[in-house]
Ligand binder design. Sequence first.
Ligand code: UD1
Ligand code: MG
Length: 486
Amino acid sequence: MLAAGEGKRFRSARPKVLHELCGKPLLAYALEAAAPLRAERTVVIVGRGADDVAEAAGGLTRRPLEFALQARQLGTADAARMAGEALGRFDGDVLIIPADVPLLEVPTLRRLVARHRRARAAATVLTAVVADPTGYGRIVRDAAGLVSRIVEHGDATPAERAIPEVNSSVWVFDRAALRAALTKVGRGNRQREFYLTDVVEILRDKGETVEALAAAEATEILGVNSRSQLARAGALLRARINERWMAAGVTIVHPALTYIDAGVRIGRDTVVHPLTFLSGATRIGSGCEIGPAARLRDSVVAGGARVVFSVLDRARVGPGANVGPYAYLRPGARLDRGAKAGTFVEIKGSTVGRGSKVPHLSYVGDALIGPGVNVGAGTITCNYDGERKHRTVVGAGAFIGSDTMLVAPVKVGRGAYTGAGSAITRDVPAGALAVERAEQRNVRGWAARRAAKAQTGPGQGSGPRASNKSARGRTGGARRPAKKST
Ligand code: UD1
Ligand code: MG
């Protein structure tokens, strides 16, 4: 696998092959396409960002990998030479896959290897006829229709540039033939690089067989060399992922506006509405309603749940639970069966028990809320004292009055109530009512007295602001009636 390239056209601080596509680095797609072929050995050529690329590759497959360092990026033939050194005395077929062709599919690779073996070829190259061949190497065929050489875009004549059949950079070689041919590759081209494509002409000159297999779908060989091509490949991969889920019984209302990462799983009869982003290891059960406008990352949603206009990050939503609109479930948020996190509710590191409801305008952090609890609008767990986080525990069936401040660490017992607007700083025993607020004072007749005062004029008032106004009032009497009406 060729993954050493500089990725110049990406203009990135990161190696190209580590840029992500539908939640996985580019490199992952090549590794996954190759894995089912069970190669005896897999050598990854690393160069640019070698350590990072090697580390990432190791974490992406269970198959054993070997790494070969290409210290200077002198071209694809030079990379193949490094692979050859790593292979040592290996004798057999060598499959070469570039790490920047993410749409490649397993059956195509199998067909390529089969074609190579049936033809007893020295080399077999995967090609495709594409609408826009710009940037690719062109497949030049002789009068008999056999591949005679490959010319890179930069070195091609106008006539050659008109050839729509291009090189995918996926190859099968006979090891001995490849090794011999590589010694003859020079760098007499526009880019001053050692081109693996030159091997074709070298082998043909020796009278060896060079085969070509055209991919059924031209998009399959799309090479990602720029951010623009990354976006194109992303769109194609997303379409493929969406098709797969629709075939598996998931309704996707508007596929072009639905963004599902490769690692996501969705149960049947779930409806995914537009502007939904499902990423990482997100798992959605069956019969759910997700979106519109939902962003779920590494989250688990059980069957029959609804998530509308909300953001979930490493959260768990139980069966039949309801999220949103406008909820934010942060890492460690967990809603049990039938629970609810409603409008403008943020939950972090907390469990909301079975059937419990947090319907409006709340922050719940580091809390354990039992089953059957109602958390009134505006309730806040005051979990942070500026240094440490503290826990709040609310027992089963408790009723938290609106705008309760639960100053953690604090416990509200089973079936207890808190009065609206209370700042609860001490534990509430089970079944008790806790009210913490100044007693209400009703000042009778106050409104009428206020109105009367306004009538006699602000000059009667006291305090700096009032006297200020009266001073202005004296000089500009015409303003007075206007003031009264406001
Ligand atoms: C290459 C082919 C071109 C083909 C296209 C298909 C050559 C000379 N050209 O061009 O015919 O149409 O792929 O996508 O082979 N790499 C290394 N070391 C290097 C240079 C490259 O490991 O010194 C790796 C890159 O990381 C990449 C792959 O080889 O994964 C292909 O290199 P890239 O620079 O993308 O070649 P293209 O210009 O795309
Ligand atoms: Mg490329």
